[in-house]
Design a protein around this ligand. Sequence first.
Ligand code: ATP
Length: 213
Amino acid sequence: MNMENKIPQATAKRLPLYYRFLNNLHHQGKLRVSSKELSEAVKVDSATIRRDFSYFGALGKKGYGYNVEYLLGFFRKTLDQDEMAKIALIGVGNLGTAFLHYNFTKNNNTKIEMAFDADPDKVGKDIGGVPVYHIQDLEERLGDTSVAILTVPQSEAQPIAERLVEAGIDGILNFTPARITVPERIRVHHIDLVVELQSLVYFLKHYPLDEME
Ligand code: ATP
């Protein structure tokens, strides 16, 4: 079920706030919380809290409060769903293949759903449970994918990034050495493994930790 359609945006924005506070209460072993207590803690008036919670199917009884465990379960489900971004990987070379095999879901709930490559030998394969499609089918396959991991050769990074932007992607994790140019609304995180490694070696040599004050 897609909760985004049901909960008003303003309510959804308060959700992480409620979640954090209720989690603390839960750790303290509290089973119930009143809207007044919540209101004081999260600085949202209690009428708003009652209205918000009614969207979550939580009906607090007067003088009895809300069930902490129930609310936490609800928040966990809803917040997890929010974080579930669809991810595509472009370029199934050595690095790309390693990512497809890497179990991202172990630590959180992100998952690469599809991969693209230009090499006919790779297209049509299933690597680590992820289907590899031809790069020419990119626009048609992406659907509502919001994040792309770029592991293509450097020379291909810019043209592919432009296609991704055009196709409606919001974020790019760029593993190529190329600095890509995209519109401001697109978030790009750049991870150049070679530069990171060189910089570590340089720092070890010139700024050893045991010499630092
Ligand atoms: P890596 O750089 O990940 O170690 P590699 O050295 O095996 O990989 P690269 O030449 O860097 O290979 O290419 C990475 C992958 O990108 C290859 O699988 C290649 O087929 C693919 N590729 C190259 N050009 C394109 C493109 N225009 N669109 C999609 N994939 C491409």
